[in-house]
Ligand binder design. Sequence first.
Ligand SMILES: Cc1ncc(COP(=O)(O)O)c(C=O)c1O
Length: 283
Amino acid sequence: MHVYLDGAYRERALASVSVDDRGFLFGDGAYEVIRVVNGRLVALDRHARRLRRTLDGLSIAPPAEAGTDALTAIIAELLARDALRDGEALIYVQITRGAAPRTHQFPIPDVRPTVYVAAAAFTPPRALRERGASVITHPDIRWGRCDLKTVNLLPNTLAKQRAVEAGADEAVLVREGVVTEGSTSNIFAVIDGELRTHPLTTHILGGVTREVTVEAAAALGVPTREAPVLLEELPHAEELFLTSTTNDVMPIARVDGQPVGTGRPGPVTLRLHHAVAERLGME
Ligand SMILES: Cc1ncc(COP(=O)(O)O)c(C=O)c1O
């Protein structure tokens, strides 16, 4: 397996970053996860746009690798080197502010950002999609810029761990009675026949799959409102589903052990799953 690190392709086992890297010391960096289907990058433009938005939010000057052309070339090389052009793969891209002696303030002068890209074979969670995911609710203890996709993921990892310990697949985060999103996903609810998801604020990550789902719902004429879902509304939801790059549209079958609707993936969820997969070129 190979990775791209700071301008060179290296054997994964031989790749290393400095102990002074600010990604390591402070979580001072941005990342993206991009799906590849038979060598085709899914929604690359949207991911690249969000990567640049995060870098901008962190005041990291975008390196050349943040551009779609450079990124496409690097990913193509990784897929070729590791024979990942057939079937599905996931690309991980991380850009940190770079390595400098540890101070909280940014280094002066600027240092070169550390750029890391890796590819791995991926199997979509088809069996889970058939039966629906099980989720727990969990306090959203994250910071005030959840709209930035930074590597500072400790609250997300703690919440996901709680879910796994409870035998669930995802933790759904709740801030002051409002359902924000999952630890690694966005969440949608069908309540009284209307599709609802948290609006794009600093309290959620603007998911690429969320964006495509909202577009697909509009095209299908599904009544949709980007408005908060309350924790107390969850037991009354007819359908719930998660969206993310790795899960596409993932039905939720149980919340905190209680069945959602019939306990089976619902009709709006299934329609949107197919529509989103089609829009992303996966069907
Ligand atoms: C907190 C959070 N929200 C939402 C998402 C879904 O985003 P996307 O659909 O772009 O994968 C992710 C993906 O990792 C995430 O970490």
